[in-house]
Design a protein around this ligand. Structure first.
Ligand code: C2O
Ligand code: CU
Ligand code: CU
Length: 503
C-alpha cells in the first residue's frame, strides 16, 4: 500500500507539469555513474578474523558490534556501526567439519542479533529475531560446519530494525572451505587474487550522515546514489595475476544489481549462494538481489584497466516500479588494474563441485507461498506463530509466487535449496547451483526443493522472508519449525522476549 501511495505521489508530482519538485523527483529517480567515478581509493579488503582453538577443539571467533565514525569523503565523518571496527566486519573463515563458536558482544547500546545467512545450523544458533542480544550482553552460538565450501555472510536480524542495523554498517562475510574446493585450481589467495566484494549503495546527507531513505518513492526502502565496496567509495583493485576471483555479495538493503564488465567481456561464474557450480558458466552478466552471492573469475590482460559495472537489472517490472526501485540505474562499481606483468594463473577447471540433484519424486510435501504487498499468504510476521511445520529428514517442494508489481525476493533460513523451475521452465545456468535467496518476478512462480536433514527443535523457528530489508521489517516474513517425525510443534519464545526496546 505504501508503495502505491508513494508511487502515486511521484506521479502526481510529475503531472503538476512545470512543478520543480516533480521534475527533481523524476530525474533523481535515475542514477547513472558510468564514466563519472574517479577510482582514487584502493579497495579495502576486510581482514580475516582472528580465531583460536578452545579446550574442546572449537574454532572461536570474537565479534563486537560497536559504534564508530568513518569518513567516506562525502561531506564529513559518518556515524556508523561495525563489527570489531567502524564499518562492516572481519571475514570469518572455517572449514567443513569444524566446530565453530562465535562470541557476539553487543556494544551498540540497543538490542541486535547476528544471523549467519546461508548457514545450515540449529535454529537456536541462527541469530534470527528470537536470538536477540541485549546491550552489553554477549551471545555465543556454536555449531559444526556441515555444508560445502561457499561464500556466506552475517548480519543483524532484529525484527523491525534489520534495515537500519545493516544500513549503518553491520555485515560481514563468512567463507567456508572444504577438501574438494581446496583441490581445485581456482584463485585462492585471500585479498590477492581471491577478493571479497561487499557491494552496498548509500545515500549521504550534506554533512556526511547516512540518509536513512525515509522519503523513498518506490516503497522498497533505501536506495543510494553512492556505491561502497567493502566500505570504499570509488575503489580500485590491483590485480597481480592473469585471473582474479571475485566473491560478490549484494549487501544492499533494497537494490538489485546486474554485474558485468564495462567492455562486455565474459567471465566465468563458478559459484552461487551455497557453493560452487558443477561447472563454470561463461557469461557477461550476473544479477544479484539483496543477500545473494556469486563467485566469478575474470581473466585479465597485462596493464589493462577494466571496470566492473552494474547494468540496469531486468526483472520484469512495469515502467514506474522499475524506475522508482533502481531498475534503471547504472553504476561503475570497481576498477580492476592489471599489473604490467601478470603472474600466470591456471585455467578455470572445467569441473568444479559435484551437486547431487534432489529428486522431486522424493518430496513428501509441497507448499505454496504467495507474496503481495507485505504479506506472505495473506499474513504478516507474528513472532508467536508457526507458519509451517517441517519433518526432520524430509524433502519438500516450495512454490513461490509474486503476485504484485513491487520487487520481492525469497530467502529461506537453515537450508540451501535447488531451483526446480522458473515459470514452469528449467532454471537458467546461474540458478542451477545451491541457493538460499532468489529474486522473484511477477507471476513467474519459482519451484524450489530442499532437504531438511536435521536439527529438529519444535519450539525454535527458522525464518523465511523477502530479503528487501524494509519489507522484512514490515512483516514480509514467516516462521517454520523442524520437528521429529510425529512430533507436534511447540511454542516459539514469547513474542517480544529479549526484545526490550523495540516498538
Ligand atoms: Cu540474510 Cu533472514 O536473512
Ligand atoms: Cu538468512
Ligand atoms: Cu519484498
Amino acid at each position: 500500500m505504501k508503495a502505491l501511495v508513494g508511487m502515486l505521489a511521484g506521479v502526481l508530482l510529475l503531472c503538476g507539469a512545470g512543478s520543480a519538485v516533480g521534475v527533481r523527483v523524476w530525474t533523481s529517480a535515475v542514477v547513472d555513474t558510468r564514466g563519472k567515478v574517479d577510482f582514487v581509493n584502493r579497495l579495502a579488503v576486510p581482514p580475516l578474523a582472528q580465531s583460536r582453538i578452545d579446550e574442546r577443539g572449537r574454532r572461536v571467533f570474537d565479534l563486537r558490534a560497536q559504534p564508530g565514525r568513518r569518513d567516506f569523503g562525502r561531506g564529513g565523518p559518518t556515524p556508523t556501526w561495525g563489527y570489531n571496527g567502524d564499518y562492516l566486519g572481519p571475514t570469518l573463515r572455517a572449514k567443513r567439519g569444524e566446530e565453530v563458536l562465535v562470541n557476539v558482544a553487543n556494544g551498540i547500546g540497543e538490542p541486535t542479533s547476528v544471523h549467519w545467512h546461508g548457514m545450515h545450523l540449529p535454529a537456536a544458533m541462527d541469530g534470527g529475531p528470537h536470538q536477540m542480544v541485549a546491550p552489553g550482553a554477549t551471545w555465543s552460538p556454536h555449531w559444526r560446519v556441515d555444508q560445502p565450501a561457499a561464500t556466506l555472510w552475517y548480519h543483524p536480524h532484529p525484527h523491525g530494525e534489520t534495515e537500519q542495523h545493516v544500513y549503518r554498517g553491520l555485515a560481514g562475510m563468512f567463507i567456508l572451505d572444504d577438501d574438494e574446493s581446496a583441490r581445485l585450481d581456482l584463485p585462492r589467495r585471500y585479498g590477492v587474487d581471491d577478493i571479497p566484494l561487499i557491494v552496498q549503495d548509500r545515500a549521504f546527507e550534506s554533512d556526511g550522515r547516512f540518509d536513512d531513505g525515509t522519503g523513498e518513492l518506490g516503497g522498497i526502502g533505501i536506495l543510494g546514489d553512492t556505491l561502497l565496496v567493502n566500505g570504499t567509495v570509488a575503489p580500485y583493485l590491483d590485480v597481480p595475476g592473469e585471473r582474479v576471483r571475485l566473491r560478490l555479495l549484494n549487501g544492499s538493503n533494497a537494490r538489485t544489481y546486474d554485474f558485468g564488465l564495462a567492455d562486455n567481456r565474459s567471465f566465468a561464474l563458478v559459484g552461487t549462494d551455497g557453493g560452487l557450480l558443477t561447472a563454470p558458466h561463461q557469461t557477461r552478466r550476473i544479477r544479484l538481489s539483496p543477500g545473494e552471492r556469486a563467485e566469478i573469475v575474470v581473466s585479465m590482460r597485462p596493464a589493462e584497466r577494466v571496470t566492473l559495472r552494474s547494468y540496469p537489472p531486468e526483472s520484469g517490472l512495469d515502467f514506474f516500479n522499475r524506475r522508482f526501485t533502481g531498475g534503471s540505474d547504472t553504476f561503475d562499481v570497481l576498477q580492476l588494474r592489471a599489473a604490467g606483468t601478470l603472474q600466470p594463473s591456471p585455467e578455470v577447471p572445467t569441473r568444479l563441485a559435484p551437486i547431487e540433484r534432489l529428486d522431486p519424486a522424493s518430496a513428501t510435501t509441497t507448499r505454496r507461498f504467495d507474496l503481495a504487498g507485505r504479506d506472505i499468504n495473506g499474513r504478516r510476521m507474528d513472532l508467536g506463530r508457526i507458519d509451517a511445520v517441517v519433518t526432520r529428514d524430509s524433502t519438500e517442494i516450495w512454490e513461490i509466487n509474486k503476485v504484485d508489481g513491487t520487487p520481492h525476493s525469497f530467502h529461506v533460513h537453515d537450508v540451501q535449496f535447488q531451483v526446480l523451475s522458473v515459470a514452469g521452465r528449467e532454471p537458467p545456468p546461474e540458478l542451477r547451483g545451491w541457493k538460499d535467496t532468489i529474486l522473484l518476478e511477477a507471476r513467474r512462480p519459482v519451484r524450489i526443493i530442499a532437504r531438511f536433514a536435521d536439527y529438529a527443535d519444535p519450539d525454535m523457528p527458522y525464518m523465511f522472508h523477502c530479503h528487501l530489508l524494509r519489507h522484512e521489517d514490515q512483516g514480509m516474513m514467516g516462521q517454520f519449525v523442524v520437528v521429529e517425525p510425529g512430533q507436534r510443534p511447540g511454542r516459539p519464545p514469547a513474542a517480544g522476549a529479549g526484545h526490550a526496546g523495540h516498538g
